[in-house]
Design a protein around this ligand. Structure first.
Ligand code: ATP
Length: 212
């Protein structure tokens, strides 16, 4: 059966940089996804408040994706007036896409390790696959609820095509050593982060006087 496959890549994107963009594109290709959606979050429940406003982060995403038909933006979490639970967002996407579309929620190993602290986290795997990106310095937990989830649901990449949800797939794509925290720190001290993010995004940051 030809099942439509969608990837969902969430983040603060404060600002979007080449590490995010390259990872999203590699995942799309490696997992043979039909669509890859970048999902900026309103106010991330697990992180400090972002430095750029929601509309500014969307502007930067749009500038970054100007030349990239492979990736798209999903603005739904920013269109609400409060932070959203990933579960509610997934439910909404699932309702729009129907039961047959394969949904893959992509996250770094750092986030995955604390998945059991997320709102109704056990429900996530009933709505989507979870694609976990290995990151240096983070290991799959050996015991506990997240380890149990992996033991029950771990599957090969092929599961993304054969099922609409329910697999945990661990992948190890190349990661560019770029970090938004580092880019903000460079800007703050008057250094140039050029070549770590698209030129158009950097020009926007300067024009809007962001991260000073
Ligand atoms: P910070 O450096 O402030 O932590 P970040 O870029 O890691 O910022 P987010 O914008 O929330 O923060 O990242 C979104 C997603 O992108 C996360 O899942 C994160 O694991 C992943 N990510 C961040 N940087 C990279 C990178 N250089 N390569 C691949 N993935 C990355």
């Amino acid at each position: 059966m030809m099942r439509k496959c969608i990837g969902i890549f969430g983040g603060t994107f404060d600002p979007i940089h080449l590490g995010h963009l390259r990872l999203a594109l590699e995942l799309k290709q490696q997992l043979a996804l039909d669509e890859m959606h970048l999902l900026p979050c309103y106010l991330p429940p697990h992180r400090a408040a972002p430095g750029a406003s929601a509309p500014q982060r969307v502007d930067m995403l749009q500038l970054a994706l100007h030349n990239c038909p492979e990736l798209q933006i999903d603005k739904r979490e920013l269109q609400r007036d409060k932070p959203s639970y990933t579960l509610d967002t997934l439910r909404e996407i699932r309702a729009e896409q129907g039961g047959q579309t394969s949904l893959s929620l992509c996250m770094g190993m750092d986030s995955f390790c604390t998945l059991d602290t997320w709102y109704e986290w056990q429900q996530l795997i009933r709505l989507a696959h979870i694609v976990v990106v290995e990151r240096p310095g983070y290991e799959l937990p050996a015991v506990g609820p997240v380890a149990e989830l992996v033991r029950r649901h771990s599957a090969d990449v092929a599961a993304i095509k054969t099922a609409a949800m329910g697999a945990v797939v661990i992948v190890a794509p190349r990661l560019l050593p770029v970090s938004a925290t580092d880019i903000r720190a460079q800007l703050k001290t008057g250094q140039s982060p050029q070549f770590l993010l698209p030129d158009a995004v950097l020009e926007y940051i300067h024009a809007q006087q962001l991260y000073r």
